[in-house]
Design a protein around this ligand. Structure first.
Ligand code: FEO
Length: 176
């Protein structure tokens, strides 16, 4: 198989940065939930941060496997403060929609380059984004129900449910 195209490599390296930024952002959200005494939400966001790190490593490994040069870009400081759990969930949903747009852009570029191997790798991400958006949107909808007298009870029930999410961290060592 021929080495990966330079423009494609650059775009994939850029996506590694965004996946790692997502991990950083979600860890910051986890810290917010820890500070607001919602450990279930904090756990859910922490698992999500682990997942984003895995996404980044998946692309990083792919670039190297295709004999491209994996170049790590600077990652911005993520947001630190939010007004409410609903605002966090809405920010996750909106961020995931942005990431879906980026994945679609990579698919467009791989199509233009007739790069079938990259297209195949990206299909996993296309599917994953459907799930990521659905999860985020589900939490937004549930949090919208948290108002009125029964609101606090619903919030704690949701916190308990989110705390059940199994950890996703798998070996991120290449070849395992
Ligand atoms: Fe890696 Fe949540 O997108």
């Amino acid at each position: 198989m021929a080495a990966i195209d330079e423009r494609m490599t650059k775009a994939l390296n850029e996506q590694v940065k965004w996946e790692l930024f997502s991990s950083y952002l979600y860890l910051s959200m986890s810290a917010y939930f820890s500070a607001t005494k919602l450990p279930g939400f904090a756990h859910w966001m922490r698992v999500q941060a682990q997942e984003e790190l895995m996404h980044g490593m998946k692309i990083y490994d792919f670039v190297i496997e295709r004999c491209g040069r994996a170049e790590l870009m600077a990652i911005d400081k993520p947001q630190f403060e939010w007004a409410s759990p609903l605002e966090v969930a809405e920010a996750v949903y909106s961020h995931e929609k942005k990431v879906t747009g980026m994945i679609n852009g990579l698919v467009d570029l791989a199509t233009e380059k007739k790069d079938h191997a990259t297209l195949n790798m990206l299909q996993w991400f296309v599917k994953e984004q459907v799930e990521e958006e659905a999860n985020a949107s589900d939490i937004v909808e549930k949090l919208k129900m948290v108002s009125g007298e029964r609101g606090v009870g619903v919030l704690f029930m949701l916190d308990r449910d989110l705390g059940q999410r199994p950890p996703k961290l798998q070996p991120v060592v290449s070849g395992q």
